[in-house]
Design a protein around this ligand. Sequence first.
Ligand SMILES: Nc1ncnc2c1ncn2[C@@H]1O[C@H](COP(=O)(O)OP(=O)(O)OP(=O)(O)O)[C@@H](O)[C@H]1O
Ligand SMILES: [Mg+2]
Length: 511
Amino acid sequence: MSGAAARLSMSGIRKRFGATTALDGVSLSVAPGEVHALLGENGAGKSTLMKVLAGAIRPDEGSIALDGAAFEPRDPLSARRAGIAMIYQELNLAPHLTVEQNLTLGIEARRAGWIRSAAHRDRVIRALAQLDRPDIRPAAVVGNLPPAARQLVEIARALMTEARVIVMDEPTSSLSLADIEHLFNIIHNLRAAGVSVVYISHFLEETQRIANRYTVLRDGRSVQAGSMSGASIASLVEAMIGRRLDELFPRVPRRRGEIALHVDEVAGQRLPKRASLALHRGEVLGIAGLVGAGRTELLRAVFGLDAVREGKIRITAISGGGNSFAAEFRPSPVRSLVRGMGLLSEDRAREGLAASRTIADNMLLSKLAPLGRWGLVSPAAARRESQKWIERLTIRCRGGDQTVRDLSGGNQQKVAIARLLHHDVDVLLLDEPTRGIDVGSKAQIYRLIGELAARGKAVLVVSSYMPELLGLCDRIAVMHRGMIVETRAAETWTEHELIAIAASGKGAAGA
Ligand SMILES: Nc1ncnc2c1ncn2[C@@H]1O[C@H](COP(=O)(O)OP(=O)(O)OP(=O)(O)O)[C@@H](O)[C@H]1O
Ligand SMILES: [Mg+2]
């Protein structure tokens, strides 16, 4: 691509945060009407580079040109006015404001305050219409929306302005298949209108479908760029991690034991509706289903975060000296933890992590049971313990005393995983455990989960990423409209079948 024709050209961008070099002379060039995939491991510098473009971070060195003219955004608002729209990875909406207020925020900020004009209203309605989700209403308060809807509102916000470049930082991580298709249609239309899109995703199959060209970042440097049509997934992965990935789904031999968790016709306030399952020790059981099928609600009800209206939950945990006890109980998070059950929440920002606290605090302290067996640790022991997890999960950071907010999105997710693993529970409920995590680290986490099962733990995994369920789990259950409609050994499922049953709720013949 010739420099003269570039819509966006970034060159020699450097950025340090204290002792961390996030960007070490990165270059990126994007043509008009091009979808450009920006790839790289967790912490490679993708979000930082795009925040520089969007005026949210000032670079230490380097230059940017937009359609041939030098561009130095002073702040996010001036970048937005110059035609840069950004969909942030850690959603950037104001939770207490409505959808409409969020969409017009910034565009019409006047010192005098809030001015609602007919033209703005019109644009709001048009931007929302592109999403094809009439259930997301302009007057809805954003904080009350589920993660998928919040992500769509963030997308609509980017469509509000006449953008020259739209940056999408992991836009699909909590979207349903149907919403992803809509987003891809929107991207096709943008492309046809000459808008450039920078697309960041750890779903490489997705980037292959949608992008024309790509750039790979590694350790804050641009290491490879080229045409997407000439690139294989394996070659992209190799450029990202600097070596071949031998196995995405390492199998750890394990044996299924007795039942550890029995969920018997459990119904929540709205979802789930009479869901039943039996999870064994030494087993990884996956739950497939469409967004809205009630998978997250099932985990939350079992763990005790949401009220259970009907049904029984029985957990058989090995306590202390190895005596097992069985208890039917009205769940509550504290009771669950005490009985040896832990939850990795889907909503990392809301109930997963304390962003302003350190990595070590987040890993070692428990909000729910501050004085449990893990609560009493000396500072030196805490440092050793957090360092162990940082190494086991290759968390990219300066050390355990760094605040979680300063970590890249994928590395924050790893901290949330480390926290659950540190609590050493017997029954693990994992909701979208590898969301935002790069391929190399995914393989590492799959191995860890396999090892936990091999040690006799019971693992329940909700995931929207079908290859993950098929590669990781021993059995897969499909949930449809609040009920589990079919459960079978993983090797008897195909991706196509999982999607078909998740959509229709109709089980195949026999089990
Ligand atoms: N405000 C900050 N203070 C300190 N370090 C930071 C800050 N922002 C980012 N970093 C560091 O810069 C590096 C690059 O982070 P960045 O968020 O750009 O990664 P990424 O490629 O987007 O990763 P991911 O795939 O996990 O989202 C990381 O090591 C991160 O910890
Ligand atoms: Mg990022």
